[in-house]
Design a protein around this ligand. Structure first.
Ligand code: ZN
Length: 598
């Protein structure tokens, strides 16, 4: 919707990395026509794609307002909003933002680089969200050679327009767009490539000696082309061309980071240095496969959740949680297709694809939380449960990511089985794209109603899967995957258990014992009285100095053995007797049955 006049005056922002050593951005904001009754300003409480209230406004250190050079009083209304006194004429705000959060969700600044999401730094001018936003990105004083990397389009034709990768003015059509193009500035390693004629950039911040950039570009290009052709088999038109001139992967490399956040024409990724391939390396490491999986996942979101959205996200309400029972569609289906697209793009082997799938099957079938919470409930409760996990989560919740990806797998197999191979989940995705996604930023912004999926599946495939979808997404029983696989000529099930017996715990490394991170409900440790946060220091009178020592002890025992454990709980020495369980099943294996291949 856009009800403002044809050429509305833009909101003007200027952001300057003015104190890199102290990690502070300074932002100047000018509103030409403020609300005569006292203009209100707000910072989002959360960032789309990451469903947790983060209170970004707490990082605003100082803030002041002026009109025609005279100070205007600002009053804090709540955790996220300020209101200025009534002013006659343009209102100018100046504020500083502390930026020392090296995640994909926040803002980060030092002498080597700057990164920000608009949700951390750009105040919303309440009531004027539909106006264009002109952003002047300023260079840091006294530091030379930095460049700007973002999918935010340069303000072509306007005074002060930035050159490609330059400081200067950029233009967003509205506030929703402004906060959906993160910005990286500094001296990163940059590579570009085209996928079906659309320009892409990969920007690596952080040192990676000997990085094999051409191998990465080759693999990522194939992933992008496969996904573009999947959604638009006829035109091969990249989705982001409705919002930007190019797609940008902003990659922050650290020692052990992992994560990503999707945007309409870019993504911010946090990856581990050791997961990236170096020159001369020919093997494909597990870490590199997980990097490619992350790339594939966030890129898939360009269609699915950035354009195809639940109605609950149209528009985003950013001052409080936005609840939907459909995250199993948006994160689950995306998690199903991320690795599948690696296989279809030919960047991983079928053997490795089934290995990844077998691991997910194992993770989902491990723990009793899956019997207590459906994926629809998991979606709705993302804000307080999935995003606030603790030691009991394995016993209490299911994941709309992993279980959601298995719902996608089950639905895909069911549709293939019921149609004799003529229809699949691919047909559903293409219908969602056509109906809800393709025109989203071209004036037809609407989302999928909460109860619409069964009808959409039927429309796309002719198959009524209402009962299956209800059972698999609102119910808590295990999905009938072995049967669905068998109908496609595959055998699927957990691998045989190992020989060492099990305590049924998750361990945590400790310098003076074996820490217990989590205890599985109904397992050996639970029955024996051991608890999360206990520190195991001895078994049957012999020292347990580490997790390795605990595992070595277990390897020499058998299921049914009774072991006396000494642990510290709240610094008090306690003793528990535990009867060991048989080993837990391993990752699932999926193999072709003899006979016709799927
Ligand atoms: Zn995701």
């Amino acid at each position: 919707m856009n009800t403002v006049s044809k050429t509305p005056t833009p909101i003007q922002y200027r952001i300057e990395p003015f104190d890199p050593a102290g990690h502070r951005f300074r932002v100047h904001l000018k509103v030409e026509q403020p609300d005569a009754g006292g203009q209100c300003f707000a910072l989002p409480a959360w960032i789309p794609g990451s469903y947790l209230i983060r209170d970004f406004a707490r990082q605003i250190e100082t803030i002041s307002a002026r009109c025609h050079g005279a100070a205007v009083a600002l009053r804090k209304l709540d955790d996220h909003r300020w209101q200025a006194d009534a002013a006659e004429g343009p209102l100018e705000l100046e504020y500083t933002v502390y930026a020392w959060d090296l995640s994909v969700r926040g803002a980060h600044l030092d002498e080597s680089h700057g990164f920000f999401n608009g949700t951390s730094v750009f105040l919303q001018v309440v009531g004027q969200e539909d106006r264009p936003c002109l952003v002047d990105i300023a260079a840091p004083a006294g530091i030379n050679g930095w460049k700007v990397h973002t999918s935010l389009p340069e303000a072509r034709g306007l005074p002060g327009c930035a050159r490609r990768h330059g400081f200067g003015c950029y233009l967003a059509p509205d506030y929703d767009a402004l906060i959906d193009h993160p910005v990286e500035m500094g001296t990163p390693l940059v590579a570009r490539f085209d996928a079906h004629g659309a320009e892409h950039e990969i920007v690596f911040t952080g040192l990676v000696p000997q990085l094999d950039l051409s191998r990465i570009i080759d693999d990522v290009r194939r992933i992008c082309e496969t996904q573009i052709a999947f959604f638009e088999p006829d035109t091969r038109r990249a989705p982001f061309l409705d919002s930007a001139r190019r797609y940008v992967f902003l990659v922050q490399v650290t020692g052990d980071g992992y994560g990503g956040l999707e945007h309409r024409a870019s993504t911010a990724l946090l990856v581990s240095r050791n997961d990236l391939p170096v020159l001369g390396e020919t093997e494909q490491s597990d870490g590199y496969r997980s990097f490619l999986g992350l790339v594939s996942h966030e890129y898939f979101h360009t269609w699915h959740v950035k354009r195809i959205k639940p109605a609950a996200f149209v528009p985003y309400v950013l001052d409080r949680p936005a609840h939907t029972r459909l995250l199993w569609v948006f994160e689950g289906f995306t998690s199903y297709y991320d690795d599948l697209m690696l296989l279809r793009a030919g960047v991983i082997s079928e053997t490795n694809y089934f290995k990844l799938l077998g691991k997910t099957l194992h993770v989902v079938h491990n723990g009793t939380g899956r019997f207590k919470q459906s994926v629809a409930q998991s979606s709705f409760d993302a804000w307080t449960r999935y995003y606030k996990q603790d030691e009991n989560s394995v016993n209490a919740i299911s994941s709309y990511y992993t279980k959601g990806s298995l719902v996608a797998l089950a639905l895909d197999l069911h549709l293939r089985n019921a149609s004799g191979g003529k229809k699949s989940l691919d047909d559903v995705m293409r219908l969602l794209w056509k109906r809800y996604g393709r025109e989203f930023y071209r004036g037809l912004a609407r989302g999928i109603p909460e109860d619409a999926m069964p009808a959409l599946v039927q429309e796309a495939t002719g198959i009524d899967a209402t009962a299956e979808i209800a059972a698999w997404t609102e119910g808590t029983e295990d999905l009938p995957l072995p049967q669905l696989f068998a109908a496609q000529g595959f055998q699927a099930g957990p691998a045989a258990a190992g020989s060492a017996p099990s305590l049924d715990i998750r361990t945590r490394a400790s310098s003076d014992g074996a820490g217990i991170a989590a205890v599985q409900e109904g397992g050996a440790a639970h029955h024996g009285g051991l608890s999360a946060q206990d520190l195991i220091i001895a078994a049957d009178g012999l020292r347990i100095a580490s997790v390795d020592a605990l595992n070595a002890m277990l390897a020499r025992r058998r299921a049914g053995d009774v072991v006396r454990f000494h642990v510290f709980r709240r610094d008090e020495l306690r003793q528990f007797t535990v009867t060991l369980n048989p080993a837990q099943p391993g990752n699932w294996t999926i193999s072709k049955l003899a006979g016709p291949a799927a």
